[in-house]
Design a protein around this ligand. Structure first.
Ligand code: CS2
Length: 483
């Protein structure tokens, strides 16, 4: 059946009741400004917030701000700020329109408009999903300040970057505010607080009282929307949506409960409000995200397009379970009532969802920014305990081979990473041998802390794995490792 209606306010009455937004679109006054209008926010925090407002009320509409690309803003405007979430993998497809967006903004095109919106006392929460690289933090957690950022912070240039928008937005405010980082950074609350303090210092200001930076752990697998997803969203929704997001059924949000300006009743939507997010964050980064990266790099080297296909490689399940049991579990204390291995099993089940169509190359993106949070902590902790984390080293070696840019069948692998030019540069300056590749990449001081870069035993283990991957290929290496 061809769907001819377009998703707009006027079309809502014609949708099946379970496909309509949980709140009347446009009726909720804005209380949150969110930076990062990508798929993840729209399938996660926006849905939680809409459900919370539907259950418990409150002026918590979301002003969604796209940092760079304006395409998403234009498309949402054309649909009266409506979009749909298509949930796949749990029986039949299910789609629901979301109506919690109460405004839209574009930081690159109208940075001063965004600053004014942050300064508006009606906004009590500024939340973010801008990915690791947008925070511009080095491995020591310090803000990397270059001339351009300095100009943005001192007012000589428009504040288009995330550090400048936050710092100058906070400088323009007088009322309590919560900055809520929803990216996969270890200790995301304190880390963003440190970043904002440093940015304010460069701007000649300091952090005012009444600004809080609670930590959060966010979780829902949300792949890039494909043409197939577009068709399926239209069929499940009963209207054409140009910007649907596709997601797995599972979702989780753990939030440190510190909101000086108030917050939606997210617990009413299933979020866990707590005083200590750290064990959840560590669990998720180490036992989910690093396992995802393992599937992405090793799977891409072995020519697998989707994460679910990578998981089917002979030996992959065994290898990932060893990685979880022997390296990850001993490196951390999970939250009360949770075991790393039990959690790991649910993660593997979620990764096996074929309907998601999650590409290995998508998860492989930005490795230089992601691995410090999801993998290097495990390695550093195991090294401090005197152990060699064999499987974690294989995953890191997988990234190194991936960064070299050639899959096992000789095809090119895209290096989509803010450090791509630098990575290519250091790699070509060293001999094309396992030791040359490992030394070139361990020398990236933006990525590897000195203690790991100078660790001879770790280096030897990486060289061994890079050598095996080169000699036998990823598929055979996985098969042998996971036996
Ligand atoms: C993934 C995450 O792309 C990636 O690096 O590991 O986006 C992952 O899907 C989410 O963190 C799941 O919550």
């Amino acid at each position: 059946m061809t769907v001819t209606t377009t998703l707009r306010l006027a079309a809502l009455a014609g949708l099946a009741p379970e496909c309509r937004p949980a709140v009347p679109p446009g009726a909720v006054r804005p209380g949150i400004l969110h930076l990062g209008l990508g798929a993840f926010h729209r399938a996660h925090q926006a849905v939680y917030t809409e459900t919370a407002v539907a259950a418990a009320g409150g002026d918590w509409g979301i002003v969604g701000v796209a940092p760079r690309s304006r395409a998403i803003v234009d498309k949402l405007r054309a649909q009266d700020r409506l979009y749909s979430v298509l949930t796949v993998g749990d029986g039949p497809d299910h789609a629901r329109a979301v109506g919690i967006l109460s405004g839209l903004g574009h930081a690159a095109g109208d940075p001063y408009g965004v600053l004014a919106a942050i300064a508006d006392p009606g906004i009590r929460i500024v939340s973010l999903t801008v990915t690791e690289k947008a925070y511009r933090l080095g491995p020591d957690g310090r803000l990397l300040v270059d001339d351009e950022l300095r100009a943005q912070l001192t007012g000589a240039a428009p504040p288009t970057s995330v550090p400048a928008l936050l710092a100058r937005g906070i400088m323009a405010r007088g009322t309590p505010l919560t900055v809520l980082c929803c990216d996969n950074l270890q200790g995301n609350g304190p880390r963003i607080r440190g970043m904002v303090e440093q940015a304010l210092e460069v701007a000649g200001a300091s952090l005012p009282a009444g600004v809080a930076f609670p930590a959060t752990m966010v979780d829902r697998i949300v792949p890039a929307t494909s043409a197939d997803h577009l068709r399926r969203a239209a069929a499940a929704l009963g209207a054409q949506d140009s910007v649907p997001v596709v997601a797995e059924p599972f979702h989780q949000w753990v939030i440190e409960d510190r909101f000086p300006g108030g917050r939606p009743d997210w617990a009413a939507a299933g979020a866990i409000m707590t005083t200590d997010v750290e064990p959840w964050e560590t669990l998720k980064l180490r036992a989910l995200n690093s396992v995802h990266s393992a599937c992405a790099y090793l799977g891409a080297l072995a020519g697998r397009e989707m994460i679910s296909d990578a998981l089917q490689l002979p030996g992959m399940g065994g290898l990932l379970r060893r990685f979880l049991a022997e390296d990850i579990a001993p490196s951390m204390t999970p939250p009360a009532g949770v075991t790393v291995l039990g959690y790991g099993e649910t993660v593997l089940e979620r990764f096996a969802n074929r309907e998601l169509g999650h590409r290995t190359h998508q998860v492989a993106m930005d490795g230089s920014q992601k691995l410090p949070y999801r993998l290097l902590g495990t390695i550093a902790d195991r090294r401090r305990a005197g152990a060699v984390p064999v499987w974690a080293a294989l995953v890191l070696a997988g990234w190194m081979r991936f960064a070299r840019g050639v899959a096992d069948d000789g095809s090119a692998l895209p290096l989509d990473d803010p450090l791509a030019a630098r990575i290519r540069d250091v790699v070509t300056q060293q001999p094309d041998t396992p030791a040359g590749l490992v030394d070139a990449l361990l020398g990236l001081d933006e990525v590897f802390p000195a203690a790991l870069a100078s660790d001879g035993e770790l280096r030897a283990e990486l060289i061994r794995w890079v050598g095996e991957l080169e000699r036998y290929g990823a598929a055979a290496t996985i098969a042998a490792a996971g036996r």
